[in-house]
Write a protein that binds this ligand. Structure first.
Ligand SMILES: [Ca+2]
Length: 329
């Protein structure tokens, strides 16, 4: 029995992926440089294409300046074949416009097509893939949410982001975040793993992630491109990217999942009733994954104790029966 337990322990220890797959703290070992944009932006030109008003300096990538009617984007040239990933974006939105007199915001993309200009934060509207919008201007005059507002959309090329309504009809979830004209750095993380899409923000200079969007049932293929874009209209802002860092998440998949051709998946979301019903973890615990190893361990320990109890009870019953048989003979 002891040997069995130690075998299980060895199995658990030898699968560090189960225990330490949370890379939100930025484990450089899993940083994928070919999909990352970092100072001093030496990869720009080979691994990243930029378009429109985008200006690359040694300390930031400015998608648009604080001027009217500007459009800019930057796109990774290397398709991403990771099944589970986490993108950390450090950005800065700033300008001379007073409150509510600035716009329009930044969009982050994981899409089939790249460098396709259009009306959605300067990108093509009928996109295939995932978009996360950092929308700084309320086009729709609704008062139920404050701006800047962060939201996500998954599209298979059939829906169009409604700019006039701030994408309300197609959003999967979102949150308000004070990201503009801050003195400190602002960050956003997008995690896609096992069909779960999680967006976190760190904008209050507390060095901690706050949950913004967390939904399950999301299907995204491999082989798409990461990008970022921004646009200004009558109102403007400087939309700056400081870095985009992509981390591979070490997650195991079943043999059936591994056998599938992930590049053929169509982007989709299987909503039950509303995006909120798709939440896998109601606590929204983004850093909860390391517990998985312990949960497995506890489950195994409980099963082990169950087996021991059954064996002891069985032995006692057997012994009693033997004694009773002896009495009869
Ligand atoms: Ca807007």
């Amino acid at each position: 029995m002891g040997a069995l337990l130690s075998t299980w322990l060895v199995l658990l220890m030898s699968r560090p992926g189960l225990v330490s797959c949370d890379l939100t703290d930025g484990n450089t070992e899993h940083l994928k440089r070919e999909h990352s944009l970092m100072k001093p932006y030496q990869g720009v030109g080979s691994q990243w294409d930029f378009w429109g008003s985008t200006l690359v300096t040694s300390s930031y990538v400015r998608l648009t300046p604080d001027e009217r009617s500007k459009q800019g984007s930057i796109w990774n040239t290397v398709p991403c074949y990771l099944k589970d990933w986490e993108m950390h974006v450090q950005f800065k939105v700033h300008g001379s416009g007073k409150k509510n007199l600035h716009g329009d915001g930044i969009a982050l993309w994981y899409t089939r097509d790249r460098l396709q200009a259009g009306p959605v934060f300067s990108n093509f509207a009928l996109f295939h893939g995932l978009a996360v919008f950092v929308d700084t201007y309320s086009n729709d005059d609704a008062t139920d949410r404050s701006f800047p507002y962060i939201s996500a959309m998954v599209n298979n090329g059939s829906a169009s982001y409604d700019h006039g309504k701030d994408g309300r009809s197609s959003e999967l979830g979102g949150c308000s975040a004070e990201i503009r004209n801050r003195d400190h750095d602002t960050y956003l993380a997008i995690r896609y793993s096992r069909g779960r899409l999680t967006v976190m923000v760190d904008v209050d200079d507390k060095n901690e992630w706050k949950s913004c969007i967390d939904i399950g049932g999301v299907r995204l293929p491999t082989g798409y491109f990461f990008g970022a874009s921004a646009a200004t209209g009558d109102l403007s802002d400087n939309h700056d990217l400081i870095s985009m860092k992509l981390y591979q998440l070490m997650v195991e998949h079943s043999p059936e999942e591994e056998d599938q051709d992930w590049s053929q998946i169509q982007p989709s979301v299987s909503l039950l009733k509303s995006p909120k019903d798709n939440i896998d973890d109601p606590t929204g615990n983004f850093r909860g994954t390391p517990l998985t190893g312990w949960k497995v361990f506890l489950l195994l320990l409980c099963s082990l104790l169950g087996i021991v109890v059954c064996a002891v009870v069985g032995a006692v019953v057997f012994q009693k029966r033997q004694e009773r048989n002896k009495r009869f003979y």
